[in-house]
Design a binder for this molecule. Structure first.
Ligand code: ACM
Length: 543
């Protein structure tokens, strides 16, 4: 009886892996990590051997040797690529833990990296500490795991336009994505309220566009006469060297950064820096309120060239395939009133302003495609006709994504209903920090199904995956971002990694406290579970 209880306790904490692996079989015994453990790698995993050693050093104090071989009898963690493991695809892995050795095999390095993330979760949470922990036995339960992701796009977004987030936090965010086996970081770099990336050819974008004089307090009232401001200058931007540093950091963690440069809407900060980009000739400042702004870019040839020049610098900084051009919430009042925009519509034989936006997007699509990249945009880019090579990020529900997939375009599902982490996570918001509104509890995130049932299998193959959105109007600093994103990221990570039939909210809720213990060690200010678990399982489970 006692043994059985102990076994259950071990399994309970030992296999609390998030996201849940595809297949795992508990074995007997444990592997104990000691200063004498050797990490053995082949050529293809040598760097990852170093990554693993770096992960394990701070808490254990062991500087584990990374070698090509080890004498018989040595306790090893063996890493290697295996070309026969094609079924595991680019990101899958096998991980065998026995009392004598740990073996990691993968077709590609990304898979071995995810095995390492699993290994970190097999060890006690204290392994994540950044200084030596004494009195802990670094034991892992013996287990056989075979694991691979359901989707190739497992993304999180972060809006650094509404509130600037320091580079060190962006790196922490990327680390947290990697821990959850997520692989896309959508970096929303430009907004009405702030331009956050240095562009050498247009220095005023950062010098002027990165700073606003003050910020509205609370939600904007319909009557702007009632708006009150904090009187505090707010801003900041990333230099190109900062960006290169973050890109390298993400690459080492198998995270592809998808930079977003918004056009033609959400561009007031750019117009403030270069008034010739606007429609009215007015002198503007970066916006100090929230909402959808009337100020959009003009559709003139110099503006197209300006933005293509910006994209040239962006492509030089970001090696990933996708460049996001925004495209959402571009009100057309200024184009309706503009002789330049109306002349454009006539010259190009377009029907209306929506088709003019599509023409603008198509110019960017041609440009990015010619440079070997892929354009991605919010679903409004469908409205006047979709650019030939565009990928669609479907946020206003899934209809845009369905239409795009049926037309043979790739799609990332990011609907407000399941992936907007700026929404409240509890029904009673009286004790919550002010948020934009909405209600997205943890169980709804967990119930997210990125592939609409109406798609045929061929159409469904265009659904690359899904992504969580973090708009920061009401998130002034990293701690608030952490509060709003965790634990919902944990649920989304499982939606995007674990096979549909392997998903079980009750089991997730059982594992979640262990993940929260890890997040606490990592100084993540997640929202505590009180009142957040939703209706589909007993809340008493975890307490
Ligand atoms: C969006 O939420 N405007 C994409």
């Amino acid at each position: 009886m006692l043994t059985a209880l102990l076994l259950v306790a071990t399994l309970d904490s030992g296999l609390a892996i998030v996201p849940r692996p595809v297949r795992f079989t508990p074995r007997t015994g444990t592997f104990t990590l000691t200063a004498a453990t050797v990490i053995v790698t082949d050529r293809g995993t040598r760097e990852l051997g170093g990554t693993l050693a770096d992960y394990l050093f701070p808490a254990t104090g062991y500087r584990l040797a990374v070698r090509a071989s080890a004498p018989a009898g040595t306790r090893v963690i063996s890493l290697g690529l295996d070309t026969t493991l094609k079924a595991l695809r680019d990101e899958g892995y096998r991980l065998e833990v026995t009392p004598a050795r740990v073996t990691i095999r993968a077709l590609r390095p990304a898979g071995a990296f995810y095995a390492i993330q699993t290994l970190r979760q097999l060890l006690p949470p204290a392994i994540l500490r950044e200084a030596k922990v004494t009195g802990t036995a670094w034991r892992m339960p013996a287990v056989s795991i075979e694991d691979y992701p359901r989707f190739t796009w497992r993304g999180m977004h972060l809006d650094v336009g509404r509130h600037f987030m320091p580079k060190e936090f962006v790196k922490k965010y990327i680390d947290l994505l990697a821990l959850h086996k997520m692989n896309r970081f959508h970096w929303h770099l430009t907004e009405d309220q702030g331009w956050r990336i240095e562009i050498k050819q247009y220095p005023r974008l950062a010098e002027v566009g990165a700073w606003r004089g003050q910020t509205i307090i609370g939600r904007p009232d319909d009557d702007s006469a009632k708006w009150r401001f904090d009187g505090q200058r707010h801003g900041g931007y990333y230099t190109q060297d900062d960006i290169r540093e973050v890109v390298a950091y993400a690459q080492a963690r198998f995270v592809t950064i998808v930079p977003e440069i918004e056009m033609p809407g959400h561009s007031q900060a750019a117009i403030a820096a270069y008034p010739e980009l606007g429609n009215t000739g007015d002198t503007l400042s970066p916006w100090t309120s929230w909402g959808v702004d009337e100020n959009i870019l003009n559709p003139g040839e110099p503006t197209i060239r300006f933005y293509q020049n910006v994209l040239t610098e962006v492509m030089a900084l970001f090696p990933g395939r996708w460049i996001h051009i925004g495209g959402d919430e571009a009100p057309k009042a200024q184009w309706k009133a503009s002789s330049l925009a109306q002349q454009r519509i006539r010259e190009l034989g377009l029907k209306d302003e929506d088709e003019l936006q599509s023409w603008f997007t198509r110019r960017m699509d041609e440009f990015l495609t010619a440079h070997g990249r892929s354009l991605i945009g919010w679903d409004e880019i469908l409205q006047g006709g979709l650019a030939p090579n565009a990928t669609v990020m479907s946020w206003r529900g899934t209809d845009g994504g369905i239409a795009a997939a049926r037309a043979g375009h790739d799609v990332v599902m990011a609907p407000t209903s399941h992936t907007y982490f700026d929404y409240y996570q509890v029904a009673d918001t009286t004790r919550e920090p002010l948020a934009i509104g909405g209600f997205l509890p943890l169980d709804t995130v967990y119930a997210f199904e990125p592939v609409p049932p109406t798609l045929t299998p061929a159409e469904a193959r265009h659904i690359l995956g899904g992504q969580g959105q973090v708009w920061t109007e009401y998130m002034p600093d990293p701690k608030r971002v952490e509060y709003m994103t965790f634990p919902r990221v944990c649920a989304l990570a499982e939606v995007l990694w674990t096979p549909r039939e392997g998903r079980d909210y009750g089991d997730f809720v059982r594992r979640l406290p262990h993940q929260l213990e890890r997040l606490a060690v990592l100084d993540v200010q997640y929202r505590p579970l009180q009142n957040t678990l939703g209706t589909t399982t007993a809340e008493g489970h975890t307490r």
